[in-house]
Design a protein around this ligand. Structure first.
Ligand SMILES: NC(=O)c1ccc[n+]([C@@H]2O[C@H](COP(=O)([O-])OP(=O)(O)OC[C@H]3O[C@@H](n4cnc5c(N)ncnc54)[C@H](O)[C@@H]3O)[C@@H](O)[C@H]2O)c1
Ligand SMILES: [Zn+2]
Length: 518
């Protein structure tokens, strides 16, 4: 039975019986039932199908969020959530915090039968077909799977309702996303998992390499059989540290299928990840990222590396994790300047391919850096999903994946020039401005550089930096993305669209560097 006050949320495909079951559950528990689609119709004076027909899906999704927020404001209510509402991480955050979430799941053939029988039009799905419904279900599966309960919805409504009521106890952990992805590696499992949420259960086994600067509470929660502590930070990403970890793994008598957890920011992820790639020719790697940057970016995509004295990330491998477990709660102890480091990567992701993420950062990015955990989660999830999708289409960086380098050509050079005193996020922010300046001279959206500056300033980034121009130009010569002596550039042309070029002139570069020079 649910705790008093805690609500119940039913999610699932159309035809899964959310409204019928929801009413029965509410009746049994003496609660109110609210269907977000009906609430939507009341709020907007137009039914969901008519709104969809007239205004299209993106407009609908924006308006739907308001209905979701209102429903979640009704304490203890049983909510039937519109089928696709769960795609938006902010909706999911609100719904999952409302109470126990149950996924009503039934085979597509049965959904088709029920939908044809009930006579309500659903333009997103018509004409109804099992194939179409199955495709939509798999698109939404990473959200549905994050529910607390999976309930077989192929039965009669009263039986489904009885099961929901009996099993509705709320776990402490809020899993908000449970996505499966391809590892794209011939060795090890084909599929991997991305788990995101709040107060997640620790990974159940394995050994861990842990950042020693993490708060004790985070480390004490691990349930690995052995733990090696290392100092996080760029200076740790070196061959001698790597060797120490490898020796330690040998002492622990690690067997080939025992997972190695990398618990910390991007530096520990890279260092322990490289160890996992090398030890016994490959241990299963579990990334447990604890910084914004690592959750939004570095733990995703399967690249691991350590530095040489004059070349960052010069020695490494493609060694995709078998699982990434990202707990947004871990970021509470992260100092604001390190959160800011991470949001620079999220701004980059937004420019590359997620205009909605751009809007989200514009409206709530600053709050996300402080106390708005819902926005923080949503920004990180959207960034992580963007990177996952790009890496899935181009796992070995032969094309599209290079777009993730946006802002990093100049950014890395500034880091090197500063002797790594300039933080990565600040360097990327400057790099984004430089790339936008070049794009501006080549027909990019004229609003882009201006809005980028306004956003970066709002997030607290410096827009200019003092540096030695010849040193920055020299550092650019060691960029790994150069080909046949030509520098490749990723230019932001629109919000959510980039272009790769390799003919940026000396003059263009000079002007771009002057844009960011103090
Ligand atoms: N492999 C990739 O694809 C990839 C992509 C991007 C960046 N990277 C790498 O990631 C690294 C940067 O990652 P980062 O910014 O996470 O740096 P980091 O690992 O140095 O972490 C930053 C600081 O935060 C501390 N810290 C970590 N988690 C904390 C927590 N929860 N609370 C308090 N303090 C915490 C660390 O001890 C460290 O001092 C760079 O080395 C970069 O090259 C790799
Ligand atoms: Zn980066």
């Amino acid at each position: 039975m649910p705790e008093p006050g805690a609500g119940i949320v039913l999610v699932g495909m159309p035809g899964s019986g959310k409204s019928t079951v929801g009413r029965l559950v509410a009746e049994r528990l003496g609660r109110r039932f609210v269907d977000t689609d009906e609430l939507f119709a009341d709020l907007h004076g137009i039914s969901v199908p008519d709104f969809l027909r007239e205004r299209g899906e993106p407009a609908f999704r924006a308006a739907e969020s308001e209905a979701v927020a209102r429903a979640c404001g009704m304490r203890g209510a049983v909510i039937g959530a519109g089928g696709g509402a769960v795609l938006d991480p902010l909706n999911r955050w609100a719904l999952w915090h409302h109470g126990v979430v149950a996924w009503l799941d039934a085979p597509p053939e049965q959904l088709v039968e029920r939908l044809n029988a009930d006579g309500v039009a659903r333009p997103t799905f018509q004409p109804y077909g099992a194939g179409r419904l199955a495709a939509v279900r798999s698109e939404r599966a990473s959200a549905y799977r994050a529910a607390d309960l999976v309930v077989d919805a192929s039965r009669e409504a009263v039986r489904i309702a009885a099961e929901v009521v009996a099993r509705a106890t709320r776990p402490r952990a809020r899993v908000l996303l449970d996505a499966e992805f391809e590892r794209h590696h011939p060795i090890g499992p084909r599929k991997a998992r991305l788990l995101m949420g709040l107060d997640l259960e620790p990974y159940p086994n394995g050994v861990a390499v842990v950042d020693r600067r993490l708060p004790r509470a985070l480390v004490d929660r691990l349930s690995t059989r052995a733990c090696m502590e290392v100092a996080g930070g760029e200076r740790s990403k070196r061959m001698r540290r790597l060797e120490r970890i490898l020796e330690w793994l040998a002492e622990q008598r690690i067997e080939r299928d025992e997972p190695l957890l990398a618990v910390g920011g991007g530096t520990v992820g890279d260092l322990a990840g490289t160890a996992a790639a090398l030890f016994a020719r490959g241990l299963p790697l579990v990334q447990v990222p604890t910084t914004w940057l690592a959750q939004a970016d570095s733990a995703i995509g399967g690249k691991v590396a350590v530095d040489l004295s004059h070349a960052k990330n010069a020695v490494g491998a493609f060694w995709p994790p078998v699982e990434v477990r990202s707990d947004v709660g871990a970021l509470r102890s992260l100092p604001p300047r390190l959160r800011r480091d991470g949001v620079a990567e999220s701004v980059k992701s937004a420019l590359i391919g997620d205009a909605a993420l751009w809007q989200l950062i514009e409206t709530r990015g600053r709050a996300a850096l402080r106390a708005d955990e819902a926005a923080r989660y949503a920004i990180i999830e959207r960034s992580a999903r963007l990177k996952l999708a790009v890496c899935d289409r181009d796992p070995f960086e032969t094309g599209e994946r290079r777009s993730l380098n946006l802002g990093h050509t100049v950014g890395h050079a500034l880091e090197v020039e500063s002797g790594y005193r300039l933080r990565h996020g600040s360097a990327v922010a400057l790099g984004l401005r430089a790339a936008a300046a070049i794009a501006g001279g080549r027909g990019a959206d004229p609003m882009l550089p201006e809005r980028l500056d306004a956003l970066l300033a709002d997030l607290g980034f410096g827009l200019r930096q003092a540096f030695d121009e010849p040193a920055v130009r020299r550092a650019m010569l060691t960029d790994k993305k150069r080909r046949a002596g030509r520098q490749r550039w990723i230019l932001p042309m629109q919000f959510g669209e980039t272009l790769e070029v390799d003919d940026v002139t000396d003059d263009e570069l000079g002007r771009a560097l002057r844009t960011i020079a103090a």
